[in-house]
Design a protein around this ligand. Structure first.
Ligand code: ACM
Length: 772
């Protein structure tokens, strides 16, 4: 016994040392995305006023990278390092390594020098980014940092990206953002070793690129009279006009700026749908012979391009100007969310379908895309389209951007087409990242940093050969509810930092805890860069455990083990003086409780938002139950979350039990006949996530667990309501004396025609069943 304990102790001590060593080690090399090979050393290289930058390659582009490094050092030290081609000690040198891949680099830091080797200037640039991240975060500052010591820890790094396509999209159609912000966004893309900036330039709500041949596109199409102020179902507008577009000179400047950071700017011109702003300028391009307005509604518009010769001539002329501005291999032509109503009602379209032998409007969309594909391909470029362009037959040269899920990517790869993975579930940065009730309004959904980080871009359904068609991955920032640079930064970061590691780092090297540790240093960099990153990293999670005697206790946690979690039990907000949570003494729940907690720094600064959670203790707490159907998803990670004392809410540590298309049919065994008169149960509604309230709830009791008697049935109001609600039912039953209780909730069923997921089964989300 003693020996075993001793061995366990020894193991624990060893694990502790390894862990702390690893933690410290990783804090010394906090590079994001994580390099694919890093050997640590003990010494360090110091940048001094005498340090020179050596460029031993003739490539002019590498010289420009060296200049960027010299300027960075000058900004923070006041001293501009000399750039020379002569090898010299005390230097940072850029050297040729022709055997390395086009985006690969090697980085060797020793006390004598830093050497960055690559076969391309892009590789040198990535080595430069790694160098910056091995220096103190203040190296990113825009002002003199007299106290900073620019030292680089000794190491050997061999690095190259997992995927060739590593992108970030910014929706400029819904809101115009100033060129200065676009450049900042590009800087941030480059800093994360992402290489593609997808510019969504046109949409129903705005056309944002100057086209010389069609001036009305920007004269009329770049202006809308107001924007929605709230969710679609709220039907409210702000009365504030919105406008803006990029001149061709500005576009050239942006493209050139991106090139200097080794980022390819890819334009997206939406067709045949999301075209209402273009139709407002040139109504003859629609099928309906009417006047159009730039849309003031978010969502999907029925007002789409008509597939007539005039439209094709227009689009070819537009694309010709666009291709002159953007040298990228890929041109994104949209292709998503094109309702077929206008085409169904159009005599012209019906005749065209007959003439071309097209069996339905999906084939007409395919015909539309094929013609555009042919034109773009004839100019030596390639089209990218959203995954809807698979419907009605994929165009011969198209690359698919899989967004509605991963199926588009799977289909494309199986058909021998390339795909870029950008599923809403993991990579839509317009989704909420924290408790929707305390976040700025967002489109919906729920996407934490950890969920972005956990994304694996290669679908398991593909063979090794097919998987080669997965070119890479991209996060999308749609801006319906994002009107300012500060808000865009808040939504993008740090989730885009997680994307960077998904796109760059080998899957087997990914580790969320380790990433989270590096992220802390990364936050310091973002601060110096003036990026308004979100603090959801400091969200508290609460879980319940059983103590040694079997009583429920609450554990409060944050991914950052250095923070102090402070809490109150009286409903007030915690502050720097509140009780500090002691992980060795979880909080006992001996009665119904409200715990409000937040992460604080050691110096008393509040780091994240307050989490307020309700706990109930009742006759059912900790009791097991049987379910007629297994839950398909539960966010709390445990099936028995219905009786774990935590009441479901909209924070990220809720333990909702989810049923996809199935009913809740739970039988709780109280162990013996018991008197009770009340049942509490809560349901969530989050329509954008397909989570709907049940149709009705019915309570049954039984003494033998076989024959049940209905004691109450409650009809639920399932009509449209605010996006996120928790419907708490507190059901009075009259005095009951029974051992078994059945709680039945009827699933909403299939989503209605008005819902974007129409025809699919709804989720039923239920939590804490309390019996009193
Ligand atoms: C999309 O989100 N409609 C591509």
């Amino acid at each position: 016994m003693k020996t075993t304990k001793f061995l366990i102790m020894k193991k624990l001590i060893l694990a502790f040392f390894l862990l702390s060593f690893y933690a410290n080690a990783q804090n010394t090399y906090p590079v994001i995305p994580k390099p694919n090979s890093l050997v640590e050393g003990k010494g360090k290289f110091s940048i001094t006023p005498k340090t020179k930058i050596v460029v031993s390659t003739n490539a002019p582009e590498t010289r420009k990278v060296a200049e960027q490094l010299a300027q960075r050092i000058q900004i923070v030290t006041g001293n501009l390092p000399e750039i020379t081609s002569q090898k010299t000690p005390n230097s940072i040198s850029f050297e040729d390594a022709p055997a390395l891949g086009p985006e690969a680099y090697e980085f060797v830091a020793s006390p004598a020098s830093v050497i960055i080797k690559a076969s391309t200037a892009k590789g040198h640039f990535y080595g430069f980014q790694t160098l910056l991240q091995l220096l103190p975060p203040s190296v990113y500052s825009s002002s003199l940092q007299p106290a900073v010591k620019l030292t680089v820890p000794e190491c050997v790094i061999k690095d190259e990206p997992r995927f060739g396509y590593r992108g970030m999209m910014l929706d400029l159609g819904r809101h115009y953002f100033p060129v200065s912000f676009i450049k900042k966004y590009i800087d941030l893309i480059a800093m994360h070793k992402l290489n593609t900036f997808h510019m969504h330039l046109t949409d129903d709500q705005g056309w944002r690129i100057e086209i010389k041949k069609y001036p009305k596109l920007t004269e009329i199409g770049s202006k809308r009279k107001e924007s929605m102020a709230g969710h679609y179902r709220d039907q409210k507008w702000d009365g504030i006009p919105h406008e803006g577009f990029y001149t061709q000179d500005e576009i050239r400047d942006i493209v050139k700026y991106a090139e200097s950071k080794f980022v390819t700017a890819i334009p997206e011109i939406e067709l045949p749908g999301h075209a209402q702003a273009a139709l407002a300028a040139y109504p003859e391009l629609g099928c309906e012979n009417k006047k159009y307005e730039v849309s003031t509604l978010w969502g999907v518009s029925d007002q789409v391009f008509c597939p007539n010769e005039q439209t094709f001539e227009f689009l070819q002329n537009v694309l010709t100007e666009v291709m002159e501005l953007f040298p990228s291999k890929y041109i994104h032509i949209g292709g998503d969310e094109c309702p077929k109503t206008a085409w169904k009602n159009s005599e012209f379209c019906q005749q065209l379908m007959k003439k071309e032998g097209l069996k339905d409007e999906h084939e007409l969309q395919s015909y539309f895309i094929r013609r555009i594909d042919k034109f773009v391909t004839s100019k030596g470029r390639k089209i990218i389209g959203w995954d809807e362009i698979l419907e009605g037959g994929i165009s011969p040269n198209a690359t698919i951007m899989s967004w509605r899920g991963i199926e588009g990517g799977i289909d494309a790869a199986k058909q021998g087409h390339d795909a870029i993975m950008t599923p809403t579930s993991n990579l839509y940065l317009d989704y909420y990242q924290s408790n929707p009730l305390t976040e700025p309004i967002a489109i919906g959904g729920y996407l934490t940093i950890e969920k972005v980080y956990g994304y694996e871009p290669v679908p398991a359904a593909l063979t090794k050969e097919q998987a080669k068609h997965i070119l890479g991955t991209q996060a999308n920032l749609w801006t319906e509810y994002i009107a300012t640079p500060e808000h865009a930064e808040y939504m993008a970061f740090p989730r885009a930092s997680a994307l960077a590691e998904v796109a760059w780092t080998k899957a087997e090297l990914k580790d969320y805890k380790n990433f989270a540790l590096r992220l802390k240093t990364h936050f310091e960099r973002l601060k110096h860069l003036g990026v308004n990153y979100a603090r959801s990293y400091y969200d508290i999670t609460a879980s319940t455990l059983k103590d040694a005697k079997g009583f429920p206790v609450v554990k409060l946690e944050n991914i950052d083990k250095d923070v102090i979690i402070r809490y109150t039990l009286d409903g007030t907000e915690p502050n720097a003086q509140s009780l500090a949570f002691d992980p060795a003494k979880n909080i006992p729940i001996n009665a119904d409780m409200l715990i409000s907690s937040a992460a604080f720094s050691k110096t008393g600064d509040q780091l994240g938002k307050v989490l307020t959670k309700q706990f109930v203790v009742s006759l059912s707490t900790g009791k097991t139950y049987t379910l007629a159907d297994e839950p398909q998803g539960y966010t709390g990670g445990e099936k028995y979350a219905l009786t774990n004392a935590i009441v479901g809410d909209l924070s990220n540590s809720s333990s909702w039990v989810g049923f996809n298309g199935k009913d809740l049919d739970a039988v709780i065994d109280l162990g013996q006949r018991t008197l009770f008169n009340r049942i509490g149960v809560a349901f969530q509604r989050a329509s954008a996530s397909w989570i709907m309230l049940p149709r009705y709830v019915e309570i049954f009791v039984s003494d033998d667990g076989k024959t049940f008697k209905s004691v109450k049935r409650i009809e639920m109001d399932t009509s449209d309501k605010p996006e996120y609600i928790v419907q708490q039912l507190n059901i009075a039953l009259g005095t009951q004396n029974a051992r078994y209780i059945k709680v039945f909730a009827k699933n909403y069923g299939k989503l209605a025609d008005s819902h974007p997921g129409h025809g699919n089964p709804a989720w039923l989300f239920v939590d804490e069943i309390s019996v009193k």
